[in-house]
Every structure is written in structure tokens, then in C-alpha cells.
Design a protein around this ligand. Structure first.
Ligand SMILES: Nc1ncnc2c1ncn2[C@@H]1O[C@H](COP(=O)(O)OP(=O)(O)OP(=O)(O)O)[C@@H](O)[C@H]1O
Ligand SMILES: [Mg+2]
Length: 259
């Protein structure tokens, strides 16, 4: 699925947060949006997935205007993991993941055998299958984050929008989630647009990176072209070196010592 957004202007109340933003997401690629806190990353993601209305500009998914999609049709194409989410506390893990199947069901029908198979697959892929009978309330922050990712997977969208998918996850689950995202992208051709704060992970997994600063696109391109010492200073005011280690496909970022 391709996304073509031109001249986006998005805001809240009287305040314009994102302006003159063009974003083109190529089919089957992993695009990562990076930028400082409050720069407008989540706002862009919300506008691209119709969770927030844009005031100016246009968004096309596969040449079809975003506004023209019916809700279920959009939910079959686009899966969204928002930065903040909540579920009714008495919801079981497997029921929340099952929610991902809704765009494929009529209101009066329960899960089909095919739905059950996909729900189980999504729970296994994210490592939450063993806790499927637990209520969401009983899950830790990281466990519940993985349940939400499973819900997006169960939706089997053409493109996944993941706003900080590794938040709350320990390093092992962060790496596992990134591997899963990469595997789904490579094997099923699912497009991915995500927001990450870990720039080393962004360097490693992304096909393209978009840098946002103060609601405007600062730069975009291949990871190693975008993540440079100059960008790190101009966007984050952080000193660092970009280090290539022998045998690694992507460089590492060595930040200036803290003290
Ligand atoms: N619901 C809202 N109402 C009013 N202002 C908002 C709302 N959500 C976000 N903002 C403002 O819009 C700006 C951009 O917020 P956004 O959430 O897009 O940033 P972000 O880049 O995702 O940051 P972070 O890395 O902290 O998640 C911020 O100044 C924020 O205060
Ligand atoms: Mg955000």
C-alpha cells in the first residue's frame, strides 16, 4: 500500500502543530518517523490514519482519498497502535486480540475457525499466548503493550502504524518486536510506519527515515543518510559520533559521555 500525503496541516483547537508536511510512503517499506518530544510525530500518524482531521492538504492510500474510505474498509487496510491506549479492565487478553478481527465480521457473528487461527497466531507471534486467559488489568506495562501489538496483527492490515511500539518493553522484547516487524514486512509485504526514539534501532530496521522538527519535515531518506552528526545536533542538540563496526550492517550512535 502506498501513502501520499501532501501539504498536511494538523492541529488542536487554535494551535497548528504540523504544517506543510508532505509524506510519501512507498509500498512494502518500513518507514520510521523520528524527532524530539512534542515535535508532531503522533499528530502526523493520527492524521494519516484518520484519527484526527487535517485542516489542509490531502492524503491518498493507494490513490484513493482517505476521506472516501468506509470505516471497516479502512480498518482492513490500516492497523494502528496508538501511543496511549486503554481497554475495559475486565477484558481478557484473547478477547482484546480478537477485537482485531472485527473489520472482517458482521455484528451478529462470533469468531470463525479462521478468525481463531489468526488470533492464536498473533498471540504466539508476540509471546502473549500463555497469558491469553488473563485480564488486561493483570498484565504488566510490557505485557499489555505486546497484547496491543497482537491486536493490530490480528487485524491483518496492509499497513501498520505503530506509535512507539517498544515503549515499556525490556531490551529482549524490544529486539523481538523489531525482529517481528521486520519479518512481517519481509515475508508478508506488510507496510510499516512507526515512531521510534531508539535511533540505533531505527537505523537498523528502517528502509526510510523521516525526521520531524517543530512540526515540519527536517529531512528524509535512507537511514544512514539521515542520521548524521549534523542532524543529531540540529534536531536534538546532542553531540555524538556515528560509528561503523566491522561486520555490522548499520552504524551505531556513540553519544558524548554524560559526565
Ligand atoms: N490532544 C491535544 N490537544 C492539544 N495539544 C496537543 C494534543 N496532543 C498533542 N498536542 C500538542 O501537539 C504537539 C505535538 O504533539 P505530538 O503528540 O504529536 O508529539 P510527538 O512528536 O508525538 O511527541 P512524543 O515524542 O512526546 O510522543 C505538542 O506540543 C503537544 O503539546
Ligand atoms: Mg508521540
Amino acid at each position: 500500500m502506498e501513502i501520499d500525503a501532501c501539504g498536511l496541516q494538523v492541529g488542536y483547537g487554535d494551535i497548528i502543530v504540523v504544517d506543510e508536511m508532505d509524506i510519501h510512503l512507498h509500498k512494502g517499506e518500513i518507514t520510521t518517523i523520528i524527532g524530539p518530544n512534542g515535535s508532531g510525530k503522533s499528530t502526523v500518524l493520527k492524521a494519516l490514519t484518520r484519527l484526527l482531521k487535517y485542516r489542509k492538504g490531502s492524503v491518498y492510500l493507494n490513490q484513493k482519498n482517505l476521506q472516501k474510505f468506509e470505516s471497516k474498509e479502512l480498518a482492513r487496510c490500516v492497523g494502528v497502535l496508538p501511543q496511549r491506549h486503554s481497554a475495559p479492565p475486565d477484558f481478557k487478553v484473547k478477547d482484546l486480540v480478537g477485537y482485531g478481527r472485527m473489520p472482517y465480521q458482521s455484528w451478529y457473528k462470533g469468531n470463525s475457525a479462521e478468525d481463531e487461527k489468526i488470533i492464536d497466531w498473533a498471540m504466539k507471534a508476540t509471546g502473549v499466548y500463555e497469558m491469553r486467559e488473563k485480564s488486561i488489568q493483570e498484565c504488566s506495562g510490557g505485557e499489555s503493550q505486546r497484547v496491543w501489538i497482537a491486536t493490530v496483527l490480528a487485524q491483518q492490515p496492509d499497513i501498520m502504524f505503530l506509535d512507539e511500539p517498544t515503549t515499556y518493553l525490556d531490551i529482549s522484547h524490544q529486539l523481538e518486536t523489531m525482529r517481528l516487524v521486520k519479518k512481517l514486512n519481509r515475508e508478508s509485504g506488510i507496510g510499516v510506519v512507526m515512531v521510534l526514539h531508539d535511533l540505533s534501532q531505527a537505523l537498523e530496521v528502517s528502509d526510510r527515515i523521516v525526521v520531524i522538527k517543530d512540526g515540519k519535515k527536517y529531512s528524509e531518506g535512507k537511514p544512514e543518510e539521515v542520521i548524521t552528526q549534523k542532524m543529531m545536533w540540529e534536531v536534538y542538540h546532542v553531540e555524538c559520533e556515528i560509528v561503523w563496526l566491522k561486520g555490522r550492517k548499520a552504524p551505531l550512535i556513540a553519544y558524548k559521555e554524560i559526565c
